[in-house]
Design a protein around this ligand. Sequence first.
Ligand SMILES: Cc1ncc(COP(=O)(O)O)c(C=O)c1O
Ligand SMILES: N[C@@H](CCCC[NH3+])C(=O)O
Length: 420
Amino acid sequence: MDHFEYRDGVLHAEDVALSAIAERFGTPCYVYSAATIRRHYRVFDEALAGIDHDICYAVKANGNLGVLGLLADLGSGFDIVSVGELERVITAGGDPARVVFSGVGKRVDEIERALEVGIACFNVESEAELERIDAVAQRMGVRAPISLRVNPDVDAQTHPYIATGLKENKFGVDITRAETLYARAAGMEGLAIRGVDCHIGSQLTQLAPFRDAVERVLALIDRLADQGIAIQHLDVGGGLGIRYRDEQPPSPAAYAENIRDLVAGRDLKLVFEPGRVLVGNAGVLLTRVEVLKPGAEDADKHFAIVDAAMNDLLRPALYDGWHAIVPVAEASDTVSRTWEIVGPICETGDFLGHDRDLALQTGDLLAVRTAGAYGFAMASSYNARPRPAEVMVDGDAVHEVRARETVADLMRGEQRLPFA
Ligand SMILES: Cc1ncc(COP(=O)(O)O)c(C=O)c1O
Ligand SMILES: N[C@@H](CCCC[NH3+])C(=O)O
């Protein structure tokens, strides 16, 4: 459920026509719906009613200050993977004490800053990192709260680039080594053991892998208890999938019911790190058709070159990700063709969608749907293309939550070599 719908033939974000946004802010432009984000957060939170839980939104999905501020106001915590994300959370008004810090390569300065602001927990991904955090914390005279990210070796049944819970992935520590590492951590002066963490992948559409992972981690928690190591929270990561095309992802309610019986009666808080499920359907990428390049009548390919490209939305190029592409003004009687929707970048992989049946004319506006997660967040300025504007609609109000980058922004900090 989202708040993008046609009214009088024009696609709206809540009460605002996307054509009006294109007029005012130009294209390409990301448009988010505040009501959709609020709704998704509440549905997720309510699904977990009765389970002691904390929601730590995965900032990497969409780190815009407007998005983070909205989630902070709803009471969300945050899952971060860099000091840059930490500063974003703080700037947006998030509470550092509700932050968990994931990631396989945390630098010393990042650990220092996280300790300085007092985050809730480090999700530690290797033995070397345990030692590093211990050393930094001891030097600062504090104890760092930690969980070990364990790798439960379950198949998340998702795209291989975004599956993270298999033995061969770079993430976390092998669950069979976890007890030894917890015993080591328990002896380190700079550490305070708080939890166990796992995250098995992203865009999961099956429930079984989540349940398998939780079962394996709960068994570990029991073995740790036998060793006298008490665990206060289980961080189950993020990963709940959404519908891009015809996927049938479980609802947040089904996701919660899938594990409710496993944790019932335990004195254990569950931490969730949802990203995509909160913001994915809350965003579209608005783009305009620049050039139509139809082939001969019998040609296989007809190209529609739009002003958004792989630098703005990388998911099609990187994962062959499928996004619905719809006209902003509902089509009338213009002849329809099957189009390749491509950007102007000099890469054959620069496409937003293959084989789309659309009635197109030069200058038409299109909306690339389900672009709120891993959209702007993965944008680059390849081909010296300034990154797009980001706009948040809230009812009939329109907020420019990020101004379009300029070419001058792109050259900031650069210089020619001095003349001899
Ligand atoms: C550690 C961690 N937590 C949370 C997430 C958020 O995942 P998703 O957007 O699939 O919910 C990710 C990304 O997959 C992640 O790597
Ligand atoms: N960027 C990915 C998800 C990666 C999840 C990060 N752990 C996507 O667009 O689907």
